[in-house]
Ligand binder design. Structure first.
Ligand code: SAM
Length: 264
């Protein structure tokens, strides 16, 4: 079932840049596809309209509200979502930017197969789902993906030092990596201070992402939904913005076991 109008109003109010009817239609259809896909394979533990609206659709779309990111999306630069799972944050972003060339990578083949079907169902022809491990696809000998993207982003894949080794090799020099992070951002940033320059990156900013949902508390949501709305707007959310200012050495990314056992 597509999303009811009140959830679309919630999304529109939370992310005012998303206000055209075609985008909201695609987001509503995406909700339906997520629920349907989840009956076949586990892509998310959240399937209620309020949970999907908040934690998948709105959360993903906050990425497009960050000026440095929005600039890349508006310009239609080559983008890449690494470790996209069932399609987040990439698919909601693609719903808002349907002509954006967006590669979406995940190591779980069945998630990518489902993502391909869902992108087709949404007529998102510029989305290219790729099944594979990020560290293999970005390896120096695999030219196609390495340093090929002006904008890379990722949510909920690894702690920042490991995530940077996985993702920065995909970013072209002059490009941007946006890592969507939660409560432990400060600690993860401190852990990454050595790794980021070693990978050719430089932190531009650690941007707090605020989502004001007060307007929704007078809308027709039940008490449980209102609690979730309050909880979501008070949660800590940050996007770490990392610029790629020089090429990544060929030795990175290392194999996953090395990256995780001995983070840079
Ligand atoms: N980004 C999605 C989201 O926020 O809903 C999915 C997050 S899920 C917790 C982590 C995903 O990262 C999984 O789908 C997993 O298959 C993928 N993943 C983990 N390590 C990876 C790697 N080295 N290369 C590609 N994908 C990876």
């Amino acid at each position: 079932m597509p999303l009811e109008q009140k959830y679309l109003d919630l999304i529109r109010g939370a992310v005012p840049t998303v206000d055209d009817p075609a985008t909201l239609d695609r987001l509503s259809h995406l909700y339906d596809l997520v629920v349907e896909t989840n009956q076949k394979i586990n892509i998310t533990s959240l399937v209620s309209p309020i949970d999907v609206s908040l934690k998948h659709l709105i959360d993903s779309l906050t990425l497009a509200t960050i000026p440095e990111v929005k600039k890349c999306l508006d310009a239609g630069y080559e983008c890449c979502d690494i470790g996209c799972g069932g399609g987040f944050p990439g698919l909601p972003v693609a719903c808002a930017y349907p002509t954006l060339p967006l590669t979406m990578i995940d190591s779980t083949a069945k998630k990518i197969a489902a993502l391909k079907e869902n992108a087709e169902a949404l007529s998102l022809e510029c989305v290219s789902p790729v099944s594979g491990r990020g560290e293999d696809l970005a390896a120096a000998k695999r030219g196609q993906y390495r340093e090929a993207y002006r904008l890379c982003f990722s949510r909920a894949v690894a702690r920042l030092p490991v995530l940077c080794e996985l993702c920065l090799p995909f970013v072209s020099v002059g490009g941007l990596f946006a890592a969507m992070k939660g409560m432990q951002t400060g600690e993860e940033v401190r852990e990454s201070l050595r790794a980021i320059p070693m990978l050719g990156g430089k932190i531009v900013d650690v941007r707090e992402v605020k989502v004001d949902l007060d307007f929704a508390l007078s809308m027709d949501f039940n008490d449980e939904e209102k609690d979730k709305i309050r909880e979501f707007s008070s949660a800590s959310r940050y996007t770490v913005l990392i610029e790629k200012n020089k090429k990544t050495l060929d030795v990175y990314p290392r194999k996953w076991a090395q990256m995780t056992k001995k983070p840079l």
